[in-house]
Design a protein around this ligand. Structure first.
Ligand code: B12
Ligand code: SF4
Ligand code: SF4
Length: 381
């Protein structure tokens, strides 16, 4: 009976676009808990309210579903070819340029859960994807869905790492699959390619340095990290794009994961800097880029423009410095103008420093002007 239910669940998931499905027991995982706790003790995840209690709950599927015995782990491939764009366009991560994956994955997980519940004749399932406390990658690795690479993502054989993960936790005992014993060996391409040195090479990450984290945080991006972000305005794919098993797998996502519009993967930076609420709702709310609001995207556009160093963007940046309603965006526009450092950029910064009311923005302006100020002796510091 349980073998038949597993087959039904796998068939249902594959028919709805899953690339691979595996089962593991729902026992608590001491090894993952220890790894997670060590990461939190190292303060690798400062933007996230993770603690020992979170690690305990996330590594015990029984916390999500009383009497849980098995977890069905599902990999949903989403890689699609990147869009081309000229200069002054930002880069968006592959996972965020299509319609928000949560809805599609949730529909798939619900269908699988319903199939299992119907076959069992009662409710025996709970679904999870991304937002619930669950160590999804560790569970997927234990189920044999793939192995965890030095970039910390799960790499699924034949699919690579551009896969979303989702789980159906059930009180039924389903036959478990074998985990895959594999590691990166001597490869370290992702570690070497990471522009912010977020990856340590020991299968751990300092998430505070990761561009994905930096572009999604809701407060100011630390000034020292801004130049390392380059043209990314949401997420980052560099460590996966250089990863041999992921490169070999190629785009496995299909049409459903194509960019939602012509510029979704490469939005114009000046347009993004000017993004207001109504345009934001229409254009970005349907995607994962809509998670944090319009001001975060305008801030990210300011950082990318500060890295583009193009004098033609001084006008829009001055507009943002003087008129953006959000102090965080005005502050990052100040930083970008300081990076460009042209006479017009410096003139606008000096002018605005006399009228800006926010202390946070005034501090950004004086930081931006600092390399250009003369010391009392008349020499440049
Ligand atoms: C917080 C979070 C982030 C944070 C932190 C990332 C991180 N590495 O933890 C930030 C914002 C940086 C982030 C970025 C991304 N994320 Co994210 N994120 C999450 C989230 C919500 C929680 C992850 C978490 O708990 N981290 C804490 C760490 C300590 O735990 P962990 O990484 O899950 O597991 C570790 C331990 O379990 C331990 N471990 C346990 N057993 C074993 C065994 C072995 C042998 C080894 C080596 C390790 C090991 O190692 C694991 C890896 O470090 C998950 C969803 C979820 N609930 O799991 C999605 C999730 C991990 N993210 C996902 C994605 C797609 C991304 C991005 C690719 C998006 C992008 N392009 O920008 C990047 C990848 C960046 C990177 N190199 O990791 C996918 C990953 C899919 C996959 N194939 O692995 C997930 C699973 C969401 C989903 N449901 O699909 N993310
Ligand atoms: S997503 Fe980008 S910044 Fe984050 S670890 Fe990978 S390469 Fe580094
Ligand atoms: S790039 Fe190399 S080291 Fe990094 S995850 Fe892929 S195989 Fe492992």
């Amino acid at each position: 009976m349980s073998e038949a239910i597993k087959e039904l669940a796998v068939r249902t998931a594959l028919a709805m676009g899953a690339g691979a499905v595996r089962v593991t027991s729902a026992r608590a995982d001491e090894e993952s808990r220890r790894r997670m706790q060590a990461a939190f003790a190292r303060r690798d995840f400062l933007c996230w309210s993770y603690d020992d209690e979170y690690a305990r709950r996330a590594t015990d599927p029984g916390e999500l579903c009383v009497g849980a015995r098995s977890v069905l782990c599902i990999a949903l491939p989403y890689a699609t070819p990147a869009q081309r764009a000229g200069p002054l366009h930002g880069r968006v991560s592959n996972y965020a340029w299509s319609a928000d994956y949560h809805r599609r994955l949730r529909t798939l997980l619900d269908a699988v859960a319903h199939a299992i519940d119907d076959a069992a004749g009662k409710r025996v399932t709970t679904v999870a994807c991304d937002t619930r406390p669950l160590a999804e990658r560790a569970l997927a690795a234990r189920a044999g869905l793939g192995w965890i690479g030095k970039h910390t993502n799960l790499i699924s054989p034949g699919l690579g790492s551009f896969v979303f993960l989702g789980e159906v936790v059930t009180t039924l005992e389903l036959p478990p699959d074998e985990s895959i014993v594999k590691s990166c060996g001597s490869c370290a391409r992702c570690v070497e390619a990471c522009p912010t040195r977020a990856l340590r090479g020991d299968y751990s990450i300092d998430a505070n340095r990761c561009i994905s984290d930096l572009t999604q945080r809701t407060d100011a991006i630390p000034a020292a990290m801004r130049p390392l972000i380059g043209d990314w305005v949401w997420g980052c794919d560099i460590c996966q794009l250089v990863c041999p098993p992921t490169r070999d797998a190629g785009p496995q996502g299909g049409a459903a994961w194509a960019p939602v519009d012509q510029e979704a993967g490469r939005p114009g930076l000046v347009e993004l800097l000017r993004l207001r609420s109504s345009a934001f709702k229409k254009r970005f709310r349907p995607t994962a880029m809509g998670w944090r609001g319009a001001a975060v995207l305008r801030r990210n556009a300011a950082v990318a423009l500060g890295n583009a160093l193009d004098r033609s963007t001084v006008g829009p940046l001055v507009e943002s410095l003087c008129g953006d309603p959000h102090p965080m965006v005005r502050g990052h526009a100040a930083w970008a103008l300081g990076r460009i450092g042209s006479p017009a950029a410096l003139g606008a910064l000096r002018g605005q420093s006399n009228v800006e009311r926010s202390q946070e923005v005034r501090a950004e302006i004086s930081m931006a002007l600092q390399p250009f100020e003369r010391s009392p002796s008349g020499m440049l510091d």
